[in-house]
Design a protein around this ligand. Structure first.
Ligand SMILES: *Cc1c(COP(=O)(O)O)cnc(C)c1O
Length: 356
């Protein structure tokens, strides 16, 4: 039998629950809410929400359409819509019991003029992205402040524990508390979560850590990767000295080599900038450097160090030896973007390992 050559994307839902349980212990009394926007960073929102049944009861999405998907998997959960909402979203908000995160004075005024339903409020403390500015709080009526059930802000530099903006944002956040008598407070996402107890507040909003993305030594060994990617070797060949590989002939063999053509390219979400020696595939822990430019459907790699590789074998693209965080360093990006891109690949055979 000849094996199928489609690339494989595997999701380990056991790793999601493992990571959640590990984070729960670190969170002490703070509630853990899960960010499942962007299809749970490519992991698959429906599967993640399902895997966390009985554990997590609060989810964050970006858009109402995403909230609808989460609702179908979590009938009882609280679901917050981060990017705000418009008039056309109102029927879905109601039907799927989604709570908007409002980020401006006009939005609060509009929302409270049309409904008595709860809302969360994003307040700006230093990221200068979405958020009501602290000086605008005075323009909220006392009723609007009382109706605010969750106050959020978002950190700018939490990946650098020594950055002074962290403490400044925390201080600005603490100063908001006297204005909102009925609210819970949430400041941190994954990286802020690791900054210390004062950053935990009532609720942390976790995405990356849940999906096994993190570069900090403190938790790296305790967090398990969730996504792995494999691709088929379509062909192998001896590459004679002096021959070049792929478009533009930018790679030239200085000695005879063994080459494998792998069925995965930028059309599947592999960053094209990983070509020309920057990226690699893996054969267990053995590194197989990419040779020449990455194509839409194929990438060539050097298998001189693993001459036993043959057509039909699958090499690892993301595995325990080469995680999304490590690939991100080679691609000059962050692990978030690596998994979110692969997650959008339409040509993968998707395997979901259920929780045991
Ligand atoms: C995406 C997002 C999160 C989750 O961030 P991670 O770094 O993945 O934990 C939390 N809060 C807000 C407002 C977000 O946009």
């Amino acid at each position: 039998m000849k094996t199928s050559v489609e690339p494989v994307l595997e999701i380990d839902l056991g790793a999601v629950t493992h990571n959640y349980d590990y984070l729960s212990k670190l969170a002490q009394k703070a509630q853990i809410a899960c960010a499942v926007k962007d299809d749970a960073y490519g992991i698959g929102a429906k599967n993640v929400v399902r895997a966390l049944k009985g554990r997590c009861s609060t989810f964050f999405v970006a858009y109402v359409s995403e909230g609808q998907i989460v609702r179908s998997a979590a009938p009882e959960a609280e679901i917050y819509v981060l990017q705000g909402v418009g008039t056309q979203d109102l029927p879905l908000l109601k039907a799927y019991r989604l709570t908007p995160v409002l980020s401006s004075l006009p939005d609060v005024q509009w929302w409270t003029s049309i409904t008595d339903d709860d809302y969360a409020l994003m307040i700006e403390t230093g990221l200068n992205r979405l958020g009501l500015r602290p000086e605008e709080i005075n323009a909220l009526t006392s009723l609007q402040r009382e109706k605010t059930t969750l106050v959020l802000s978002h950190l700018s530099c939490a990946d650098d524990p020594t950055h002074p903006l962290n403490d400044l944002q925390l201080a600005r956040f603490q100063a908001l508390k006297s204005f909102f008598p009925n609210a819970r407070f949430s400041l941190s996402a994954s990286e802020g979560f690791l900054l210390g107890a004062s950053y935990l507040q009532d609720m942390v909003r976790i995405g990356a850590l849940l999906y096994g993305i993190n570069r900090s030594e403190a938790v790296k060994s305790s967090i398990r990767p969730v996504m792995s990617v494999k691709a088929a070797v379509l062909q192998t060949a001896i590459l004679p000295k002096g021959e070049s590989v792929s478009y533009g002939a930018v790679f030239k063999a200085e000695k005879e080599m063994r080459l494998a053509v792998v069925g995965l390219g930028y059309g599947d979400g592999l960053f094209r900038c990983l070509g020309e020696g920057k990226g690699a595939f893996y054969w267990q822990e053995r590194r197989l450097p990419v040779l020449g430019r990455i194509c839409m459907d194929c990438t060539m790699c050097d298998i001189t160090s693993a001459p036993d590789i043959k057509p039909g074998d699958f090499v690892d693209v993301l595995n325990a030896f080469y995680t999304a965080d490590e690939m991100a360093v080679d691609a000059d990006t962050i692990g978030y973007e690596i998994i979110s891109r692969f997650g959008k690949g339409l040509r993968f055979r998707r395997l979901v390992k259920e929780t045991s």
